[in-house]
Design a protein around this ligand. Structure first.
Ligand SMILES: [Zn+2]
Length: 252
Protein backbone atom coordinates (compact mmCIF):
# COMPACT_ATOMS: atom_id res chain seq x y z
CA UNK A 1 0.00 0.00 0.00
CA UNK A 2 1.41 3.40 -0.92
CA UNK A 3 2.11 5.95 1.78
CA UNK A 4 -0.34 8.32 0.17
CA UNK A 5 -3.21 5.85 0.26
CA UNK A 6 -2.39 4.90 3.82
CA UNK A 7 -2.49 8.56 4.86
CA UNK A 8 -5.89 9.00 3.30
CA UNK A 9 -7.17 5.87 4.98
CA UNK A 10 -5.91 7.09 8.34
CA UNK A 11 -7.55 10.48 7.89
CA UNK A 12 -10.82 8.93 6.75
CA UNK A 13 -10.97 6.46 9.61
CA UNK A 14 -10.23 9.11 12.21
CA UNK A 15 -12.81 11.41 10.68
CA UNK A 16 -15.56 8.85 10.73
CA UNK A 17 -15.17 8.72 14.49
CA UNK A 18 -15.81 12.47 14.76
CA UNK A 19 -18.76 12.87 12.47
CA UNK A 20 -20.40 9.48 12.46
CA UNK A 21 -21.39 7.92 9.16
CA UNK A 22 -24.98 7.59 8.11
CA UNK A 23 -24.57 3.97 9.00
CA UNK A 24 -21.67 3.32 11.35
CA UNK A 25 -19.80 0.03 11.46
CA UNK A 26 -21.47 -0.80 14.74
CA UNK A 27 -24.92 -0.37 13.22
CA UNK A 28 -24.02 -2.32 10.11
CA UNK A 29 -22.54 -5.16 12.12
CA UNK A 30 -25.29 -5.14 14.73
CA UNK A 31 -25.36 -7.13 17.93
CA UNK A 32 -25.91 -10.84 18.61
CA UNK A 33 -29.42 -11.72 17.41
CA UNK A 34 -29.46 -8.96 14.77
CA UNK A 35 -29.41 -11.56 11.99
CA UNK A 36 -31.65 -14.08 13.72
CA UNK A 37 -34.56 -13.62 11.31
CA UNK A 38 -32.14 -13.60 8.38
CA UNK A 39 -31.34 -17.16 9.41
CA UNK A 40 -34.72 -18.36 10.67
CA UNK A 41 -36.64 -17.11 7.61
CA UNK A 42 -35.89 -17.43 3.90
CA UNK A 43 -37.42 -14.10 2.76
CA UNK A 44 -34.12 -12.62 1.70
CA UNK A 45 -31.43 -15.24 2.29
CA UNK A 46 -32.15 -18.61 0.75
CA UNK A 47 -28.67 -19.90 1.42
CA UNK A 48 -26.20 -19.69 4.23
CA UNK A 49 -22.46 -20.12 4.53
CA UNK A 50 -20.75 -20.73 7.86
CA UNK A 51 -17.11 -19.67 7.79
CA UNK A 52 -14.74 -21.30 10.25
CA UNK A 53 -11.56 -19.24 10.56
CA UNK A 54 -9.04 -21.07 12.71
CA UNK A 55 -5.44 -20.62 13.72
CA UNK A 56 -3.08 -23.45 12.72
CA UNK A 57 -3.65 -26.28 15.23
CA UNK A 58 -7.03 -24.97 16.37
CA UNK A 59 -9.31 -26.90 14.00
CA UNK A 60 -12.95 -26.73 15.12
CA UNK A 61 -14.46 -30.09 16.15
CA UNK A 62 -18.15 -29.15 15.86
CA UNK A 63 -18.51 -27.92 12.28
CA UNK A 64 -21.06 -30.51 11.14
CA UNK A 65 -22.86 -30.45 14.48
CA UNK A 66 -23.42 -26.70 14.50
CA UNK A 67 -24.47 -26.80 10.85
CA UNK A 68 -27.06 -29.45 11.70
CA UNK A 69 -28.32 -27.51 14.71
CA UNK A 70 -28.76 -24.39 12.57
CA UNK A 71 -30.30 -26.39 9.72
CA UNK A 72 -32.90 -27.81 12.11
CA UNK A 73 -34.23 -24.40 13.10
CA UNK A 74 -33.48 -22.15 10.11
CA UNK A 75 -35.21 -22.02 6.74
CA UNK A 76 -32.51 -22.28 4.09
CA UNK A 77 -33.97 -24.04 1.01
CA UNK A 78 -30.73 -23.38 -0.90
CA UNK A 79 -28.73 -25.19 1.77
CA UNK A 80 -26.04 -24.38 4.31
CA UNK A 81 -22.40 -24.79 3.38
CA UNK A 82 -19.27 -24.87 5.50
CA UNK A 83 -16.16 -22.92 4.54
CA UNK A 84 -13.03 -23.76 6.57
CA UNK A 85 -10.07 -21.40 6.33
CA UNK A 86 -6.85 -21.69 8.27
CA UNK A 87 -6.12 -18.13 9.29
CA UNK A 88 -3.04 -16.47 10.71
CA UNK A 89 -4.50 -14.13 13.34
CA UNK A 90 -2.09 -11.47 14.51
CA UNK A 91 -3.04 -12.01 18.15
CA UNK A 92 -2.19 -15.14 20.13
CA UNK A 93 -2.39 -13.80 23.67
CA UNK A 94 -5.36 -11.83 24.96
CA UNK A 95 -8.53 -11.07 22.99
CA UNK A 96 -11.08 -8.33 23.62
CA UNK A 97 -14.47 -8.06 21.90
CA UNK A 98 -13.00 -5.40 19.61
CA UNK A 99 -10.08 -7.66 18.72
CA UNK A 100 -12.51 -10.41 17.70
CA UNK A 101 -14.58 -7.98 15.64
CA UNK A 102 -11.48 -6.55 13.96
CA UNK A 103 -10.09 -10.00 13.14
CA UNK A 104 -13.39 -11.14 11.65
CA UNK A 105 -13.90 -8.06 9.46
CA UNK A 106 -10.26 -8.05 8.37
CA UNK A 107 -10.28 -11.72 7.41
CA UNK A 108 -13.92 -12.19 6.43
CA UNK A 109 -16.45 -10.58 4.13
CA UNK A 110 -19.88 -9.04 4.46
CA UNK A 111 -22.57 -10.90 6.41
CA UNK A 112 -25.28 -10.15 3.88
CA UNK A 113 -24.09 -11.00 0.38
CA UNK A 114 -26.84 -11.31 -2.26
CA UNK A 115 -29.03 -14.26 -1.30
CA UNK A 116 -26.46 -15.83 1.04
CA UNK A 117 -26.16 -15.15 4.76
CA UNK A 118 -22.58 -15.39 6.07
CA UNK A 119 -21.73 -16.15 9.67
CA UNK A 120 -18.14 -16.27 10.97
CA UNK A 121 -16.88 -18.58 13.71
CA UNK A 122 -13.33 -17.72 14.84
CA UNK A 123 -11.02 -20.16 16.59
CA UNK A 124 -7.92 -18.18 17.55
CA UNK A 125 -5.08 -19.12 19.85
CA UNK A 126 -4.98 -17.18 23.09
CA UNK A 127 -7.69 -16.35 25.58
CA UNK A 128 -10.46 -13.83 26.16
CA UNK A 129 -9.75 -10.86 28.45
CA UNK A 130 -11.83 -12.66 31.07
CA UNK A 131 -10.09 -16.03 31.11
CA UNK A 132 -13.13 -17.79 32.53
CA UNK A 133 -15.01 -17.13 29.27
CA UNK A 134 -14.81 -19.91 26.67
CA UNK A 135 -16.76 -18.25 23.87
CA UNK A 136 -18.28 -14.92 22.86
CA UNK A 137 -20.78 -13.60 20.32
CA UNK A 138 -19.55 -10.10 19.46
CA UNK A 139 -21.88 -8.91 16.71
CA UNK A 140 -24.75 -10.14 14.56
CA UNK A 141 -22.60 -12.52 12.50
CA UNK A 142 -19.48 -13.20 14.57
CA UNK A 143 -18.52 -15.53 17.38
CA UNK A 144 -15.19 -16.71 18.78
CA UNK A 145 -14.32 -19.89 20.65
CA UNK A 146 -11.18 -19.86 22.80
CA UNK A 147 -9.83 -23.39 22.54
CA UNK A 148 -6.93 -22.76 24.91
CA UNK A 149 -9.50 -22.07 27.63
CA UNK A 150 -11.78 -24.87 26.43
CA UNK A 151 -8.91 -27.34 26.87
CA UNK A 152 -8.36 -26.17 30.44
CA UNK A 153 -12.08 -26.47 31.18
CA UNK A 154 -11.92 -30.22 30.63
CA UNK A 155 -13.25 -31.88 33.75
CA UNK A 156 -11.47 -34.18 36.12
CA UNK A 157 -10.69 -37.51 34.39
CA UNK A 158 -11.75 -35.99 31.08
CA UNK A 159 -15.46 -35.70 31.98
CA UNK A 160 -16.61 -33.64 30.28
CA UNK A 161 -13.89 -33.90 27.66
CA UNK A 162 -12.51 -30.81 25.94
CA UNK A 163 -14.26 -31.94 22.74
CA UNK A 164 -17.63 -32.15 24.51
CA UNK A 165 -17.07 -28.68 25.98
CA UNK A 166 -16.13 -27.25 22.58
CA UNK A 167 -19.19 -28.77 20.92
CA UNK A 168 -21.48 -27.31 23.59
CA UNK A 169 -19.83 -23.86 23.52
CA UNK A 170 -19.95 -23.67 19.70
CA UNK A 171 -23.68 -24.44 19.55
CA UNK A 172 -24.24 -22.11 22.53
CA UNK A 173 -22.65 -19.13 20.77
CA UNK A 174 -24.56 -19.94 17.57
CA UNK A 175 -27.67 -19.82 19.75
CA UNK A 176 -26.80 -16.25 20.73
CA UNK A 177 -26.59 -15.32 17.02
CA UNK A 178 -30.12 -16.77 16.76
CA UNK A 179 -31.19 -14.37 19.51
CA UNK A 180 -31.39 -16.85 22.39
CA UNK A 181 -32.41 -16.21 25.15
CA UNK A 182 -34.55 -13.03 24.92
CA UNK A 183 -31.78 -11.07 23.17
CA UNK A 184 -34.04 -9.63 20.47
CA UNK A 185 -37.50 -10.81 21.55
CA UNK A 186 -39.49 -11.49 24.70
CA UNK A 187 -40.29 -15.15 25.33
CA UNK A 188 -43.78 -16.00 26.59
CA UNK A 189 -42.08 -18.84 28.50
CA UNK A 190 -40.21 -18.04 31.67
CA UNK A 191 -36.90 -19.76 30.92
CA UNK A 192 -34.36 -16.94 31.08
CA UNK A 193 -32.14 -17.07 34.16
CA UNK A 194 -32.64 -13.70 35.93
CA UNK A 195 -29.12 -13.92 37.34
CA UNK A 196 -27.58 -14.58 33.91
CA UNK A 197 -29.39 -12.46 31.32
CA UNK A 198 -29.50 -13.91 27.81
CA UNK A 199 -29.24 -17.46 29.13
CA UNK A 200 -31.47 -20.39 29.94
CA UNK A 201 -32.25 -21.53 33.47
CA UNK A 202 -32.41 -25.17 32.28
CA UNK A 203 -29.17 -27.08 32.66
CA UNK A 204 -30.35 -29.48 29.96
CA UNK A 205 -30.34 -26.66 27.40
CA UNK A 206 -27.19 -25.75 25.49
CA UNK A 207 -28.14 -22.15 26.32
CA UNK A 208 -27.61 -22.80 30.04
CA UNK A 209 -25.47 -19.97 31.38
CA UNK A 210 -22.62 -22.15 32.65
CA UNK A 211 -21.89 -23.65 29.21
CA UNK A 212 -19.59 -20.80 28.18
CA UNK A 213 -17.83 -20.64 31.54
CA UNK A 214 -14.68 -22.55 32.43
CA UNK A 215 -16.47 -23.94 35.49
CA UNK A 216 -18.84 -25.78 33.18
CA UNK A 217 -17.81 -29.21 34.51
CA UNK A 218 -18.72 -28.18 38.03
CA UNK A 219 -22.13 -26.75 37.23
CA UNK A 220 -23.64 -29.48 35.14
CA UNK A 221 -24.29 -32.99 36.31
CA UNK A 222 -24.32 -35.74 33.72
CA UNK A 223 -23.48 -35.11 30.10
CA UNK A 224 -23.19 -31.66 28.57
CA UNK A 225 -26.12 -30.57 26.39
CA UNK A 226 -25.26 -29.61 22.80
CA UNK A 227 -28.86 -29.05 21.68
CA UNK A 228 -31.50 -26.35 22.22
CA UNK A 229 -34.28 -27.41 24.60
CA UNK A 230 -38.02 -27.27 23.84
CA UNK A 231 -38.38 -23.74 25.22
CA UNK A 232 -35.49 -22.46 23.06
CA UNK A 233 -37.02 -24.16 20.00
CA UNK A 234 -40.43 -22.75 20.78
CA UNK A 235 -38.92 -19.25 20.89
CA UNK A 236 -37.15 -19.80 17.55
CA UNK A 237 -40.38 -21.08 15.97
CA UNK A 238 -42.28 -18.07 17.28
CA UNK A 239 -39.68 -15.70 15.86
CA UNK A 240 -39.65 -17.49 12.51
CA UNK A 241 -43.45 -17.43 12.19
CA UNK A 242 -43.68 -13.78 13.21
CA UNK A 243 -45.67 -14.62 16.32
CA UNK A 244 -42.86 -13.19 18.44
CA UNK A 245 -41.84 -9.67 17.54
CA UNK A 246 -38.10 -9.24 16.93
CA UNK A 247 -36.17 -6.04 17.47
CA UNK A 248 -32.75 -4.88 16.30
CA UNK A 249 -32.76 -6.80 12.99
CA UNK A 250 -30.19 -5.63 10.45
CA UNK A 251 -32.50 -6.07 7.47
CA UNK A 252 -36.24 -6.04 6.91
ZN1 LIG B 1 -23.79 -17.29 26.55
Amino acid sequence: MSKYLLAILLITSSMSGCFGDALSNDERRGTAGGLALACLQDDKFEKMEIHFLYENGYDPVAKELVKNRIQNVCNKPGGITINSVETDFSIDTVWSDDDVRDARWENGGDAMGSDTLHWYFLFPSGKYTDESVLGVAVDASTIAIFKDSVDEAEGLFGRPSNEEVERAVTVHEAGHLLGLVNLVYESPISHEDPNHPGHSNNEDSVMYWAIESNDVGNFISGSLPDEFDDDDKSDLEGMASGELKCSGQLWS
